[in-house]
Design a protein. Sequence first.
Length: 220
Amino acid sequence: MSQPQPPYRILALDDHPMVLEGIRHLLSQTADILCEGVTNHQQLTQLLQAGQQFDLFILDLELPDADGFEVLKSIRQHCPDTAILIYTMHEEPWMLARLARLDIQGVVSKSHPVSRLTDAVDAIRQGDTYYNEAFLEQLNILTDGHQDKADVSMGSFFHLSEREQQVLEYLSRGLSTSEIAAKLFLSPNTIGTYRLRLMRKFDAHNVAQLISKTRRFLEK
């Protein structure tokens, strides 16, 4: 008789108790998800120092007792392989530009329907990433493209750099960010940036959607 799978453990960090309770209620609707919550960095630190293990952190960057980016760095030091999803009200260009350089698995804006959190968690559980429209649009401004988002044509593929084409090819084979980084002798953060650029160019919210939209080009 097979042993039951352990629950997928999520820790949400948000300083607004009502928001935190909403996150926990939403995600706990899925039977195999166990979602806990803390409202400040001190509580998070206590859990990490106690050796608590989680599969995913959902992190608000606006915290009462710490800088959100420092908290993210602390999480990475304690849990280098755990996925991180940013859930934030900030959509300022400087903030999104900073996020684009980080080793995270997704960004969801609090201005979007809360159901986007479920979409993001589903994607991340499958080893994918998830970024909302505001993030991808800002990345478009920050990088080299002014291409019409609606114009997802064969021209999009042939305007990719050689490195972008390599990353796309490896993504289509199911390789993770760290595996691609090892093959190309680049950092995971650099591969993450290439991945985001590809998602922006093809107007894709996650890697699965990216591969679906580019499959006909990859098969040529």
